[in-house]
Design a protein around this ligand. Sequence first.
Ligand code: UDP
Ligand code: MG
Length: 322
Amino acid sequence: MNASDAPTLYIVVPCFNEEEVLPETSRRLREKVQALVASKKIGEGSRILFSNDGSTDKTWEMVRQLHDDPAFGSLYTGISLAHNRGHQNALYAGLMAALAHGCDAAVSMDADLQDDVDAIDEMVDAYLQGANIVYGVRDNRDTDTRFKRGTAEAFYGLMKAMGTETVPNSADFRLMDAKALEALSQYGETNLFLRGIVPTLGFKTAKVYYRRGERFAGQSKYPLSKMLSLAVDGITSFSVTPLRIVTIGGGVFVLIAMVMLAYALISLAMGTTVSGWTSLLVSIWFVGGALMISLGVVGEYVGRIYMESKQRPRYIVWEELS
Ligand code: UDP
Ligand code: MG
């Protein structure tokens, strides 16, 4: 951007089978961008970029139509991944495409309008005042189901206990400027957990509070299995604490074994040996279970080392609109 004119803003939206919400989302984002351009806060070249995450419905067709429609000029653009690679990868792909297009800043948000479109104004203000990263932080969880709220709280609590630095109640609704995106592009890991990486970038940050609404239409694209895998990625890609817990657990078990040995020797001396079948049976199962869990934890990390060592691309771009 040259000093005189307003910055180019990209709004990046990952989409996986979002045909039900796309017409409304694209309309509201268009109004937002047009209003911001009219108020001269952002430049004429600002755009909306949809990152299609291997959708099997009409999502990509709809994006193409928006892009091709002369009524909208060059407002809409998009990239389409060759396969469903998950929200984090789709978002990252979109942000990198925005950076490649030469944006000055990019706002990432969900397609389902749960993130408040009007909070973008404040994000842009914070950016214009010098912030490199502006986090959207939700001020309530009223609109979530009790289950989602409970699991989310447990998740953030666990993350904190394990030493991953996150901004609580902030998901992937945030603004990043080109500098921060450039820094992000240097992170080569396969197991992407942007909520954990972005706070480690540093830079000048700001927070904008917003009320998170309900999904505008359609079903959540985040079933429990995907939530769990995001949580495991979030912890294992930032912390080795679980491995340490395994080691400490092993130490505790050795101590217990020594106490048991003393107990067995005393019982032997006192001639009361045969009883204790129950405790033996319980211990066998317990120790077996504890060992399997410990091996599992180590296995999670070994598996991740394996995935990272292959250095596969995170995603393949199948089609890119101008
Ligand atoms: N999403 C994606 N790939 C996936 C799953 C989800 O790109 O494999 C997108 C989805 O289209 C939406 C965002 O990620 O824009 C958040 O998903 P969703 O709203 O379903 O998650 P929830 O709000 O239920 O956690
Ligand atoms: Mg949602």
